[in-house]
Ligand binder design. Structure first.
Ligand code: NAD
Ligand code: DAU
Length: 352
């Protein structure tokens, strides 16, 4: 079949990438979706078993730092567009070892930009959509929201690497005219989220009655968005966003970490038939994350007013779906937590 677009989705086996791949494969039978992923500890093809046999889906194992592999995939599939999600994504890991973040997030992104520039050669109708984070803007006090014009002020090795990649993406637009679009999103949650991140870690630990480690006093604030809504925002920006522009993505759902974990404890006590207050007793305050950003909060007005996007669920609804998914898919998380991840997590936890 002749496809109207062939979209290379990098990092499609990860948490957000798998939701983007699923959405595009199911909704656009005239698009071919090529998932290019290195399958690091965070990549898992079991995230995509429901679409793996679709005729418009292909998987290529590869590293965005490997220029030859990128050249091959662009040529073999005649890639017309890119949605770039491949990254090292966990702040705590970036504190333990920043170099992997420099390699994938900075060097890998520049490799990919160069390959797209060389393959497209300034001709035709293409989009290079770079998926980034609100952490590039730094840390907020009690007031204010991150806007697209907020000055970059990254503070962790992870956010410094993402900010650097954002700068390179803009540089390729201004210098070479590469048709880029960018999105900067707040904290995601939902199914297939690797259990080193706050929400899936807490869900899994509540199930197993293990300690719930809260960094510092638990008063840091994050702004949460259901991953399915992030995927729909990416779909919208990819199709309708203006070339050269960036769009903030978020749903105005600010929670302190401690309030969120207590809410989760109450919800799961009900779902698991436990007595009220039982899971809250597992809360354990541990040493704070180094350089812990205090508050993130996104102003998504530009995306909402210009492109008519809005989130489809409230935080409470999204969290309810998410907890149900983890309870109904315990083998997914068991497989991850019984492997080398367990050793990693236990060593991190011992350090705090
Ligand atoms: P993730 O860690 O779950 O997945 C990352 C994926 O990238 C994995 O499948 C991994 O195998 C792949 N990958 C890593 N290095 C690679 C390389 N060198 N070559 C090819 N593939 C490689 O991450 P996520 O949470 O799904 O985040 C995806 C993107 O969205 C990242 O760019 C991240 O910065 C951004 N983002 C994440 C959030 C969030 O809350 N998780 C919010 C905003 C933006
Ligand atoms: O804002 C977007 C970013 O959100 C993405 O760019 C990152 O890829 C993603 O990992 C996420 O970063 P955070 O550092 O905000 O997410 P994390 O789940 O690691 O932590 C959320 C908050 O919870 C943060 O304030 C630290 C705290 N925390 C985290 C863990 C893992 C705890 O208190 N205890 C924990 O065990």
């Amino acid at each position: 079949m002749g496809y109207s677009k062939t979209i290379l989705v990098t990092g499609g086996a990860g948490f957000i990438g798998s939701h983007v791949v699923r959405l595009l494969v199911n909704k656009y039978s005239d698009y071919r979706i090529v998932n290019f992923d290195k399958l690091t500890y965070a990549g898992n093809l079991k995230n995509l078993t429901d679409v793996e046999n679709a005729p418009n889906y292909a998987f290529v194992k590869g590293d965005i730092c490997d220029r030859e592999a990128l050249k091959n995939v662009f040529e073999e599939y005649n890639v017309s567009d890119v949605i770039h999600l491949a990254a090292e994504s966990h702040v705590d890991r970036s504190i333990e070892g920043p170099m992997e973040f420099v390699m994938t997030n900075v060097v890998g992104t520049v490799n990919l930009l160069q390959q797209a520039k060389d393959s497209w050669n300034g001709e035709g109708n293409h989009v290079f959509h770079h998926v980034s984070t609100d952490e590039v803007y730094g840390s907020l006090g009690d007031e204010g929201l991150f806007e697209e014009i907020t000055a970059y002020d990254p503070r962790s090795p992870y956010s410094a690497s993402k900010a650097s990649s954002d700068h390179f993406v803009r540089a390729f637009y201004h210098t070479y005219g590469l048709p880029i679009k960018m999105s900067n999103c707040s904290n995601n949650y939902g199914s297939h989220h690797f259990p080193e991140k706050l929400i899936p870690l807490m869900i899994n630990n509540i199930v197993h009655k293990k300690p719930l480690p809260i960094y510092g006093k638990g008063d840091n604030i994050r702004d949460w968005l259901w991953v399915v809504d992030h995927a729909s925002a990416i779909e919208t920006i990819f199709h309708k966003g203006r070339v050269g522009e960036s769009y903030n993505v978020g749903g105005l759902n600010e929670w302190t970490n401690i309030a969120l974990v207590k809410h989760l404890c109450r919800l799961m006590d009900q779902k698991l038939g436990r007595s009220e207050g039982e899971s809250e007793q597992l809360i354990t305050y541990v040493t704070d994350r180094a350089g812990h950003d205090m508050r993130y909060a996104i102003d998504a007005t530009k995306l909402e007013s210009e492109l008519n996007w809005k989130p489809s669920v409230t935080f409470e609804e999204g969290l309810d779906h998410t907890v149900d998914w983890y309870l109904n898919n315990s083998e997914w998380i068991e497989e991850i937590t019984s492997g080398s991840y367990r050793e990693y997590y236990e060593s991190m936890y011992d350090n705090r």
